[in-house]
Design a binder for this molecule. Structure first.
Ligand code: ADP
Ligand code: ZN
Length: 622
């Protein structure tokens, strides 16, 4: 029933570099593209299909919003999250893009008005939900308008292999037939090759320009600490981050409620969020967070999917996440504006049995094995001394080549390490003497001198290494084994009997040719440092920044939009360090385009002028 919609072929004119850069500056207020954006924008403007995999915060929306301003007709964006559409439309409108959305949350008269605008050709950017796209009436409407570009956002929803499969997305395979003359661009932040192939096949893109961005998020600082007195640790961390927005993830509803109440009692503006709250409370709490009225949201993983807040400055995992994928997705919500943000996980080995307990209730054997494997990888990430960033990217199949990332607790050395070479030798020799046929627990039992049944049956109490490490607890030895695994000194056999076996490096360790270091276990944390409060922030005038923030909030409330739609944190910070007092200077602030200058510029300029008069001693570059 697909009816093909042909466009006027003459429309595909070439766009000059000037035009493209002008639009980037005037509309979005940016002076340069982020990695990969330019290539994607050009491909679209040349009429090519695009398939792009970019991490959260990579700047996907600009890749189609910019072309929507240059191409004739309307750019149609299919997006699964109705909750996010309004935000995206508000954001685009704030930059002067004629944007609208069509979805079931609109009243009939609102829908009619959008239709009228579409028919009049006065919509540059239209967001629709996939179920809308499947409707005949909507197809008819499409037949009457010019669709210059079709975009599939969150394209992984078309794949059954992905984590958010939406059956409605399958109707999108009709796009290329429906718009034979317009480019189709698909975007996703999901990295697995299986899902990617599936998307390409289902959408039948025509020799697409394919872009796979690096998944590295250089502005995020990763920090994993021992969880000891969680409440005190949280309070300290939130004090270090006072006045900034952040999420605290917990696994259960009960712990969410308790933590939120505890933080409130200490005077923090914190609110809970989980699936057990009624819809109204949930919505209200989310809204308060988005509008900068609450600083902290304490939530289960139910929180985050539907929010686009770009100025989240920290994400804290107070419990173990489910897997490295979910950890990366959840931490990925921090710092979407590209400003420094901090991701802290509190890790305790005593959380492992709880996680195991849930895994053991999974009935399907393959799923259970996968969940267990995911847990093991996460524990390895948390408990070892390998660069966090390297471990994370490694997990997504991306090699990170720098020796020191400068953005994790391991690389900046806030984590104390101890030399465990001798202990490592004990473990390795126990592995060797038992012919590499036993698992981690048994090896630990040997070095700690256990007399359990299995040890006695195998006669392992007669080994030379039996009991050599008895003065150290099992916890220590388990941590060291994780360390040896992460440093690729030993490996674990796959399958039912995960015996440990020695890798090449083990020989060097046994011979004393290399040393092994590991994080100092438990006890005291070092005094929390202020890393993550990046230099950009420190060099700006805090007082002015706070004033600008209040003004932003005031304007946002007047207009009924979230504050970050008015200006990003980054824009405010730049204003608070460059002190612009003329329209021209204001335009050179990142994120300030012509429309925003016209709408908000006067009030911000006034504030900055006044501040300068009152603080003549403030440093500023005229
Ligand atoms: P994604 O959809 O990929 O998660 P967004 O499109 O929401 O990312 O962009 C994330 C943030 O990056 C936004 O705050 C946006 O304004 C900013 N951004 C996008 N492109 C640029 C650019 N070229 N220069 C500076 N900031 C940018
Ligand atoms: Zn690192």
């Amino acid at each position: 029933m697909t009816n093909t919609i042909h466009l006027d072929k003459t429309r595909r004119t070439a766009f000059s570099d000037r035009q493209i850069l002008d639009t980037l500056g005037k509309v979005f207020g940016f002076s340069e593209f982020r990695p990969n954006q330019e290539g994607i924008v050009r491909a679209i403007l040349e009429g090519r299909d695009v398939f792009a995999v970019m991490p959260t915060g990579g700047g996907k929306s600009l890749c189609y919003q910019l072309p929507s301003m240059l191409l004739p007709g309307t750019c149609m964006v299919v997006s699964p999250l109705i909750a996010l559409m309004k935000d995206q439309v508000d954001g685009a409108k704030a930059n002067g893009i004629r944007a609208a959305c069509l979805n079931s949350s609109l009243k009939p008269e609102e829908q009619a008005s959008v239709r009228r605008d579409l028919l009049a050709g006065s919509v540059d950017l239209l967001y629709v939900a996939p179920e809308r796209f499947a409707l005949d009436s909507f197809r008819q409407l499409l037949g009457q308008i010019n669709v210059g570009l079709a975009v599939v956002d969150e394209a992984h929803c078309i794949s059954e292999w992905g984590h958010d499969f939406r059956p409605d997305y399958l109707s999108l395979s009709a796009l290329v037939e429906l718009f034979p003359d317009s480019p189709v661009a698909a975007f996703t932040a999901t990295a697995t090759p299986k899902v990617q192939d599936d998307i390409l096949r289902k959408l039948s893109l025509r020799e697409p320009c394919t872009v796979r961005a690096s998944f590295d998020r250089p502005n995020l600082f990763y920090d994993i600490r021992f969880k000891e007195k969680l409440a005190d640790q949280l309070v300290q961390l939130l004090k270090d981050n006072s006045g900034r927005a952040g999420i605290v993830y917990r696994t259960s509803r009960k712990s969410v409620n308790e933590t939120a109440a505890m933080l409130q009692s200490k005077g923090f503006r914190a609110l809970p969020y989980h699936a057990g709250l009624n819809d109204d409370d949930r919505r209200r709490n989310q809204e308060a967070f988005i509008r900068d009225e609450a600083d902290v949201i304490v939530a289960t993983i139910a929180f985050g999917m539907g929010i686009d807040k770009s100025n989240i400055r920290f994400v804290i995992h107070a419990d173990l996440p489910k897997s490295i994928e979910s950890y990366y997705q959840e931490t990925g919500r921090a710092g979407r504006d590209g400003e420094p943000a901090r991701c802290t996980m509190f890790f305790s080995r005593s959380d492992i049995p709880k996680a195991r307990f849930f895994i053991d209730t999974i009935e399907n054997e393959t799923e259970r094995a996968e969940a267990l494997d995911a847990l093991q990888k996460l524990v390895a990430l948390a408990s070892t001394s390998v660069c966090r960033r390297k471990t994370l990217l490694d997990h997504f199949g991306e090699a990170y080549r720098r020796e020191n990332c400068g953005g994790c607790d391991i690389c900046v050395g806030t984590r104390e390490t101890i030399d465990c070479t001798v202990e490592a030798q004990m473990l390795l020799s126990a592995v060797a003497r038992t012919e590499q046929r036993f698992g981690a627990m048994h090896i630990v039992d040997i070095v700690t001198g256990s007399r359990n049944r299995k040890i006695l049956d195998f006669g392992h109490d007669r080994l030379k290494t039996w009991g050599v490490g008895r003065e150290k607890g099992k916890k220590f030895w388990k941590q060291l084994i994780d360390e040896l695994l992460a440093q690729k000194i030993v490996a674990r056999a796959e399958g039912l009997y995960p015996a440990l076996y020695l890798l090449d490096k083990a020989v060097a360790v046994l011979k004393g040719e290399t040393t092994v270091h590991m994080a100092r276990a438990q006890e005291q944390e070092k005094k929390p440092d202020k890393a993550g409060r990046g230099t950009a922030e420190e060099s700006c005038d805090r007082e002015l920044f706070e004033l600008l923030r209040s003004l932003r909030k005031e304007i946002a409330d007047e207009q009924g939009v979230p504050p970050y739609i008015v200006f990003s944190d980054r824009s405010l910070r730049d204003m608070a360090s460059s002190f612009p007092v003329t329209a021209e200077a204001m335009l050179s602030v990142p994120g300030v385009g012509e429309v925003k200058l016209e709408r908000y510029g006067r009030r911000f300029l006034q504030l900055i002028r006044r501040y300068r008069e009152e603080h003549p001693e403030s440093s500023f570059s005229p």
